[in-house]
Design a protein around this ligand. Sequence first.
Ligand code: DON
Length: 304
Amino acid sequence: MNYRHILEEIYREIQPFAYEGKQADYIPSLAQVNPDQFGIYLHLLDGEHYSLGESEVNFSIQSISKVFSLAIALSLIGKQLWERIGKEPSGSAFNSLVQLEYEHGKPRNPFINAGALVLTDVLLSHLENPEDFFISFVRKLAHNPAIDYSHEVAMSEYSCCYLNASIAYLLKHHGNLQNSVDDVLRFYCLMCSVEMSCKDLAQAFSAFARSNEPFSHGGVQLTPSRVKRINAIMQTCGFYDEAGEFSFLVGLPGKSGVGGGIVALCPAKYAIAVWSPRLNARGNSIMGMKALELFTTLTTQSIF
Ligand code: DON
């Protein structure tokens, strides 16, 4: 398979979409990012890799961080996690409040903001030093010790996170947060602020494609069974109210973030990350989705 040619063809074919959509601006720092950037990085499990564009430029991973916090929380408390969070697609926006009220404070899944706030609470309750643990887990997965939080982006989000605060208070009201709302919001914003490149993300998510060699760090283990569960949730819930569309067009488990990043994987074959800040109405990168759709079409390598 000539992956280099395929990436070049994808790059040509997505150009008509280059100025559609706009970057997230409800987090003030993200509004400052140059929206006209695109990067893609393919990490094949046999060790080969291919890239194009701004594939080594750092960006804000935002909701992609929820996959890392899910992996840690599942390892810390196992099945008990599912007493506090569901595992069904929500069909709603990532920051929706209404469903949480109807369902008495039990978030539909770990990837909507309500679910990720409960994951944050689990990490705060069970780790001695959650901030250090989380970042060292990500650094080890990505084989890059330079990965770090952006305290500026975290503060920028924290200073106006009124909707997430409302979700957190509703969770607290229903007894689904053990820590203070403020501690949960601060650590949640910090995890979302981690900056990584497409190269880092493709390397990190190769661990979810390679479940026969379990990754472990400080007692947290990505066992084959855990990886299977996490990939299933990425498949059904990784793109919020666009999870069906992503499954239909791309056919891979994956996760998006409002920084414009998307990472996806094909079990036993590859992990691939794309980044382009301009988003559609559901908060997913327009060129990123298009590029991944073309990738699985041209390579015929999806899970279906
Ligand atoms: O909580 C928020 O709104 C952001 N920190 C993360 C949202 C996000 O990335 C949704 N993904 N597409």
